[in-house]
Design a protein around this ligand. Sequence first.
Ligand code: FAD
Length: 510
Amino acid sequence: DADILILGGGSAGCILAARLSENPDVQVTLVEAGEEAKDPDIAKPDMWPFIQGRDFDWDFETTPQPGTAGRVHRWARGRVLGGSSNLHAMFHVRGHTEDFARWAELTGDDRWSFEGLLPHFKATESWSTGGDELHGGDGPMPIMLPSGQTHPLVRAYIDGWVELGMPRLHDHCGRELIGTAPNALMIRDGRRVSVADAWLTEEVCARPNLTIVKNSPVRRLVLEGTRVKAAEIQRGDEFELYTGDHVILSLGAIGSPLTLMRSGVGDPEMLRAAGVDCVLERRELGKNLHDHLLGAGNIYRAKQHVGPSKLQISESLSYQAEDPAQTTGRPDIVVGCVAAPSASEMLTAPELGEGFTLLFGVTNPTSRGALYITGPELSDRPVINPNYLQTERDRHLFRVALERARMVGRSKMLVPWMAEEMHPTASDLESEEAMDAFIAKAVITHHHPVATCRMGADEESIVDASLAMRGLDNLSIVDSSVIPEITAGPIHAVVMAIAESFASDFISKA
Ligand code: FAD
């Protein structure tokens, strides 16, 4: 019996467990389906693309996507203490101030503006370059800004953008995002630092008021009236009940909505089809699903050997507006440089060491999909449909992003590196339709599903601005599922800030 029962020990859940158990009078229980990270490859930054599909990955699949040549996309998600921070590519990018202005508008709450979130971003971070007005200096997560370690090809790529007139930024976490910079990374002493490494330290785990229950998948919540009475944990064929005065769902953008659906929350027709009785009608649950895609890519055969990366291969993202005269400062597209040939499964790529890829993508996609359960058990495969590239705006911006990647690919600075452009081919560029067909084959997930339990001020939203679940008195949702609209960049920095913001509010109200 806990005061606070946290379900899901991922990026958000580990931070909540550490912060909320600071008060020794509060009993906190953290329940996680996986165990602690044991695979030594997790800590090796350049191994990140190769550790997906192992036993600590939920390894979800989308439905075949009409917008991406009918392909099924595998969606990696961590099933391990620290969650997806054990699988992620370690980039630390906050998003643009306009992204958060929109969150504040949607929730009617300035806590979600950039300035409102800034103290929480800073509280999570410890920058290698030190703390200042914009950067945290003594938070649990080390953020390394590479200097001498950046790959020479990536340095040439960054210089290529500067040659083309792009501002050179210190990093991707300030009030300006349009520009080019090496990626800041969650790496210390050459090793990945997961959220579990940073927050669930030996000292925190030794707290008598914190219980961490591993290898414990949550099948569903037991609801009684407007309260969560218990969480049902699967133990082989048996179920064990865990209770808490306050329950927090931190099962991620896939796990949180699916668990609520198995508990009888959602669209009544969908629940009936899955064989689950509807207890609380919430038609928006699982809807609004969206994700970043990256074109993989604009692929080159190299003129010289591309040596191994000292970091995590994909070393720089550059953000830019479609219209260079635009004044909001909000980027529309992103181009990244990978010091290795990165290609979707539909494209051929040169051997390792013989080529490189420029990735290209859309920062704020407008295509929306949905996910839902097909049965009441954890073993029933969910339907996950992100509806990739369904809007003309997304397809148009992808074409612009591809052109921008090709522009820097031809810059003077990359002349010593570029022998031949392999993809797209001349025929892929003959018409808009040909470009769309190439992009549909080239895109891969950037691994940022969000918004399935979106926060908002409207009654249809799943959680309110304080992340309290509408319709249930003692349940909060704190993870990537509450993000109402995706931010311009990778989302991990803001998932940590959401958890830190919730924890500091919760503690101050106690
Ligand atoms: P998670 O961290 O996924 O945590 C959810 C937790 O809940 C997991 O531990 C899971 O096992 C547990 N859980 C789920 N269902 C159940 C259940 N039924 N019972 C019990 N436990 C359950 N972001 C960036 O900013 N930069 C990057 O470079 C980057 N690269 C990425 C690369 C990959 C391959 C992946 C997968 C993600 C990447 N991301 C990146 C995204 C980022 O890692 C995630 O958005 C973030 O970790 C999500 O945090 P979360 O707390 O919402 O969910």
